[in-house]
Design a protein around this ligand. Structure first.
Ligand SMILES: Cc1cc2nc3c(=O)[nH]c(=O)nc-3n(C[C@H](O)[C@H](O)[C@H](O)COP(=O)(O)OP(=O)(O)OC[C@H]3O[C@@H](n4cnc5c(N)ncnc54)[C@H](O)[C@@H]3O)c2cc1C
Length: 295
């Protein structure tokens, strides 16, 4: 393995290098995915372009529109510890805090997690329920996409030649919202997920709910469980309704069998984890006195 290592300082320089070297180039963020591929000879770039010197890709902040913006180079550990990730965005902290061990989280970035496009990645199901947009920059300028349109399949993202992910944008979440992330694996820590579920529940004044559910590791990309959401949307949530919706969520996934578990087992996990995630969201809302009791 041999390559030329580049250390650009600006996004424009990165775009220039990507255009110059095309398919011979690979971007390097934290390297926790890329280095594994390099050392196993699964990729063999002639040019490695480090993003670590590009200040424009760092930081967690409120942008001009009031949305939360997270630079592509922000690490999982920074998200875990950020005071800007408030109570209602707990699911994002929960997801980031389950990525590998502390060493991996100190290096691994949210941008790398999305661009690596593993169906088992932990942040996409959460970012889907948070209606996250990805901000991209390339030779034709800047564009933004809903995350679902960015994730095209295993190891495939919607990036054009010379383009990179610059940041992730999360619209403001209403105060009476709870979010949860749950992950199942063969062991409790340092584990790639067998199935992951994120839920977001907002309780309206009249007791009805707005609900979003994201699933990971059970389809080619993270997906929203629209069938389950439709059953809950605008309704007063009851235990019975949660049960019905959790069963419906199984229709929204398309799992495979692999070394980590069978497709059938993953479907069972989807049903039980969706139920658990919804109940946990309602428990959080009840504890914060914003919610109503479910019957
Ligand atoms: C021991 C171990 C445990 C792990 N456990 C988990 C886990 O539990 N959950 C989980 O989700 N992941 C896990 N991972 C995978 C990995 O840590 C994460 O996916 C991490 O977020 C990747 O980020 P990175 O900065 O290291 O990406 P890199 O490895 O630097 O890059 C990954 C890919 O994204 C591309 N890329 C990076 N940034 C950009 C950008 N801004 N624009 C365009 N393309 C870009 C790179 O070219 C590369 O193809 C684990 C990895 C290891 C080694």
């Amino acid at each position: 393995m041999s390559f030329v290592y580049h250390e650009p300082k600006t996004v424009q320089e990165v775009i220039g290098l990507l255009l110059q070297y095309g398919d011979d180039a690979k971007l390097l963020a934290g390297g926790t995915d890329l280095m594994v591929l390099l050392t196993r000879f699964k990729v063999d770039p002639k040019h490695v372009i480090s993003l670590n010197g590009v200040q424009q890709l760092t930081g967690i902040y409120k942008n001009a529109t009031g949305n939360l913006e997270i630079g592509a180079q922000v690490t999982h550990r920074e998200i875990e510890k950020s005071p800007l990730i408030t109570e209602s965005l707990q699911a994002l902290k929960q997801a980031c805090s389950t990525v590998g061990g502390v060493q991996v989280r100190n290096l691994g970035t949210i941008g790398g997690n999305l661009c690596n496009a593993s169906p088992a990645a932990d942040t996409p199901p959460v970012l889907l329920v948070l209606d996250a947009m990805v901000n991209l920059k390339g030779p034709k300028g800047a564009r933004s996409l809903p995350l679902q349109e960015f994730l095209l399949g295993p190891r495939k993202v919607n990036l054009e030649q010379g383009e990179l992910l610059t940041s992730i944008q999360i619209p403001e979440v209403s105060p009476n919202t709870a979010t949860v992330f749950l992950k199942a694996g063969r062991r409790k820590a340092m584990e790639i997920s067998l199935c992951s579920v994120s839920a977001r529940v907002t309780l309206n004044r009249n007791g009805t709910a707005d609900v979003r559910i994201g699933l990971g590791s059970v389809a080619a990309t993270a997906v929203r469980a629209h069938s389950a959401e439709d059953l809950l949307q605008g309704k007063v949530i009851t235990t019975e309704l949660i049960k019905t919706a959790a069963a419906a969520a199984v229709n929204d996934c398309n799992p495979i069998s692999d070394v980590r578990g069978s497709a059938e087992y993953r479907r069972m996990l989807v049903e039980s984890m969706v139920r658990k995630a919804l109940i946990q969201c309602l428990d959080i809302l009840q504890d914060s006195n914003a919610g109503t009791k479910i019957s």
